[in-house]
Write a protein that binds this ligand. Structure first.
Ligand SMILES: Nc1ncnc2c1ncn2[C@@H]1O[C@H](COP(=O)(O)OP(=O)(O)OP(=O)(O)O)[C@@H](O)[C@H]1O
Ligand SMILES: [Mg+2]
Length: 299
């Protein structure tokens, strides 16, 4: 809360400049193009928002400058997880009432957040003038961040699909519940058959152990190989079911902050390391401006 108040004060005084977002960290070695990673799911309530928050922290601890786009219209969004209370959102930028720098809030550990709020719906229905303004604003972000993480919300509504196809990487979150597995499959099927999206990463959440997570991956992977032949589904690991995770949620904090030694915290550290270790597979078009341009081109 204190951080959010501080930011609001800065915004009020107009002392908050986009350059202040520049965090003194080493840039990703050898890669000048930021990664844009959407975290998504077919079924709701599988842990996406908490995964985005904790993954952002672990990536930040590994020296990456992380920006989160909150595309989740649900109640338990990223502000709640970080205990923030943003005043403005992307709608105010679209309307021309605020600059991008005015709406970006700082979360824990130097993470920055773009609250999308109800502006999410408007992002894909802009006039050409609005698009140009937004793209100019987003231009600055490319230099200031290494990774843009997007919390897409759940399901196959058009906004969620657009976030997913505009991003260069997609982490699909599933649990071992059968409905979560079938909905994850349905989401990939829609993106593949209707938009030609072929590459997905799978993260399994809320499982007892590695074996349970593997079996979720195998059932999805078998269905993909059989019915959606051209899709590549890469297994990026699992986050164990953890009571401390839920305790942290109740305290409006990330588990990595409150219980860094707990099993789910360790899962997030491993996930961040794994994602960074295969950064050579990132497509060359993976940058933030490209993401926004692509997103806004859908009608
Ligand atoms: N690894 C875990 N261990 C224990 N509980 C978890 C774990 N992951 C998620 N949860 C529980 O699941 C709840 C839902 O998480 P979260 O809000 O992040 O899901 P979501 O996918 O973003 O939901 P929505 O689709 O509604 O946006 C959390 O409040 C937490 O209680
Ligand atoms: Mg959510």
């Amino acid at each position: 809360m204190d951080q959010a108040n501080g930011l609001r004060e800065m915004v009020k005084k107009k002392a908050y400049n986009i350059n202040e977002l520049k965090v003194v960290k080493t840039c990703s070695a050898g890669s000048s193009s930021p990664r844009v990673i959407a975290v998504t799911s077919g079924k709701g309530g599988v842990g996406k928002t908490n995964i985005v928050g904790n993954l952002a922290i672990s990536l930040s601890r590994l020296g990456k400058r992380v920006l989160i786009l909150d595309g989740d219209l649900g109640l338990a969004n990223i502000d709640i997880i970080f205990g923030l209370n943003p005043v403005y959102n992307i709608k105010h930028v679209i309307n021309g009432e605020k600059d991008l720098a005015d709406i970006i809030v700082k979360g824990p550990e130097e993470i920055c957040i773009i609250p999308a709020g109800s502006g999410v719906h408007e992002l894909v229905h802009l006039t050409d003038g609005q698009k140009l303004n937004l793209l100019n604003e987003f231009d600055t972000l490319n230099e200031n961040f290494d990774i843009l993480l997007i919390d897409t919300g759940a399901g196959i509504s058009s906004n969620i699909i657009y976030f997913n196809i505009a991003a260069q990487e997609r982490i699909v979150v599933a649990t071992c519940e059968p409905s979560s597995i079938t909905d994850a499959y349905a989401l990939m099927k829609v993106m593949f058959t209707q938009h030609g999206t072929k590459s997905f990463k799978l993260l399994v959440n809320m499982v007892n152990d590695a074996e349970e997570a593997r079996s979720v991956f195998e059932s999805l992977s078998n269905a993909v190989v059989r019915f959606l032949k051209d899709i590549s589904l890469e297994y990026v690991g699992f986050i164990p079911k953890d009571d401390n995770f839920q305790r942290a949620v109740r305290q409006q904090r990330a588990v990595l902050q409150r219980y860094p030694e707990s099993k789910s915290s360790k899962g997030f550290c491993e996930l961040a390391q794994r994602l960074l270790s295969n950064s050579t597979n990132v497509p060359p078009d993976g940058n933030i401006k490209f993401f926004w341009r692509k997103l806004m081109s859908y009608h």
